[in-house]
Design a protein. Structure first.
Ligand code: 5GP
Length: 111
């Protein structure tokens, strides 16, 4: 039984995914259960379980820059979300940024 996260298995090509962007450090895939017309996950290949485990500000900045770059390639307007910890709605403990976009009249409701 593998103790890799589902995202590590996707990075390692052990399970398939719909990849929208990839470089040496990041992969962006379409969410298997989309909650918006466009729903993409930006995942750093360097493992951390949750966003606040990343203590290096350039690593944090690069993750955000990558999420912005991928989001802008998909839609001019978008929402970025990071769920942190179980009570924060995180289900997969491999840091990732959600890109949500593509609504005709914006998302239903505000945060
Ligand atoms: P979290 O709740 O941890 O912030 O988000 C995890 C996301 O990963 C969820 O939106 C869920 O639909 C997505 N997800 C879980 N398993 C898979 C998978 O095997 N493939 C893809 N593409 N997305 C997945």
């Amino acid at each position: 039984m593998s103790d890799k996260t589902i995202f590590q298995r996707i990075i390692d090509r052990e399970i398939p995914s719909d990849i929208v962007f990839e470089n040496d450090a990041y992969i962006a895939i379409r969410d298997i259960q989309p909650r918006a017309p466009i729903h993409v996950l930006v995942i750093p290949k360097r493992f951390s379980a949750r966003l606040d485990d990343i203590h290096d500000s350039s690593e944090l900045g690069e993750l955000m820059q990558t999420a912005i770059q991928v989001a802008r390639s998909l839609s001019p307007d978008y929402r970025l979300t990071v769920n942190v910890g179980k009570q924060g709605g995180q289900e997969v403990f491999h840091t990732h940024v959600h890109i949500l976009a593509g609504w005709e009249n914006g998302p239903q409701g505000h945060l």
